[in-house]
Design a protein around this ligand. Sequence first.
Ligand SMILES: [Cu+2]
Length: 154
Amino acid sequence: MIRRHPRSALRWLWPPLLLAGLLAFAACGGAPGGQAAAGGSGGGSEAVSEGGVLSGEATVDIVSGLRYSPADITVKVGTKVTWVNRDTSGMVHDVASGVLSGSDLKLDGRFHSPMLGQGQSWSYTFDEAGTYPYLCTVPGHAQAGMVGTVTVVP
Ligand SMILES: [Cu+2]
């Protein structure tokens, strides 16, 4: 039975119910059997407590002050990380896998972006678990603190 009001102000009746439907898709996963603890094979465990493991896609902003933001992220294997140069000073920066040793750059060649101008971006997909320190190779930048780390977890 439907009752109709003789007067109805329908023009503002737009409840945002569609959003609820989109969220319903996110509930998948879960092991049906429940795995017992398997025997660990040695090695130190890498703590992942940065506030959340990112997956799918992640973005690191290159910001003014010679910094990556956030400098340290933790992602699942297979995550595509995109660095975006948002440094309003107009300086170019890059993203090179390696570490700072003293004042020397020690690149390991796992990845190395081109120089990114303001507004430009570059992406890399991490297909193997591990720890990936990186830095900016513009002279003086890494030494000033322009370093970061991507931690990739299974
Ligand atoms: Cu730089």
